[in-house]
Design a protein around this ligand. Sequence first.
Ligand SMILES: [Fe+2]
Length: 382
Amino acid sequence: MIRTSIDLESLREMLEQGASVTVLDVRPEDQRTEWRIPGSVHFDAYGALKAKDPNAMKGAELPEGQPVVTVCSAGNSSAVAAEQLRDRGFKAYTLEGEMKAWSMAWNTAEVSVAGTGARVIQVRRTGKGCLSYLVGSGGEAAVIDASLDPGVYIDLAERYGWKITCVLDTHVHADHLSRSRGLAELFGATPHMPEGSPVSYAFSALGNGDEIRIGSARLEAVLTPGHTPESMSYLLEGRAIFTGDTLFLSTVGRPDLEATPEAAREKAHALFGSVRRLLDLAPHTLVLPGHTSEPVHFDGKPICAPLLKVHEEVKQLLEDEDRFVEKVAGRLTPTPENYERIVELNRAGEEPEGDPTELEAGANRCAVRLRRLSGFGHPNPA
Ligand SMILES: [Fe+2]
């Protein structure tokens, strides 16, 4: 029997290993703009495929001699596309679970943090842009903002010779289900959360200035409210800072989720103060954010930047507090899909019944989109 589909892990491994494969996205342009598989080729034949036009894929020019994986949202169009490509002699497959499955694809990059006894691995959910971290030292590791199946972090830690001893989140997330509680439970550990986190499960509270030791390395909690009231950043020995959704590489987190317009303005004022304080850290402190706005390529390049570069990017936004509040507090961009349900589950520390990708599918929308907010021509909206 001819194989007509490929599972996510097989495709993920092919991309990680740099194998020759064409990922062909047959969704309409607007869906692709929302999110896409990095390096994928676009051929908008959606209408023709849906109509089962036998010539729908006729104009698709693809590299000969390498497999093609077709993707769409629901699976019907990609199946028709793959079949037509097979008729043309290609080894063509559909991706099992389609774009929803892609939501769980991930890759890693090692972050070089000079002057610390720690190694930092950035774990990227490439479709959603969620960034989590393993910080390892002396055979131990901490996991920050786990957004993938706990097994991913356990396997990675093993690969580096670490035992996970500590699990922590920067805040209660709205765009993805936190896997921190589940991961900590596997070790009989209590997850660390910022003091005052509105969660109903037991956690070990971290207040401003508290420290966590991982081997010979130290993580210091730095309170940075705004995106959420409890948001905490974690400073690694004064050399790198995990900023969660408070500060990204070229924009800031949105303060308007779960807030009335008035509350959003209050949170925006807090965010202004938090970002200002972060920018007072040493200029070469490496900023390691909780999200990125672009699909993450399988290139092993960490998504990070020294604070002075980030400062350059957000400088204009931070010139005036009132103007900042005006810009970031409005509900001007779409909210993350299903975010109220995701927050509810994260507060309870529970997983949804059934497939979590049903809830989490879609683009990341945790950042302020500066380009759309007029006045700041920004290169990297999120
Ligand atoms: Fe967030």
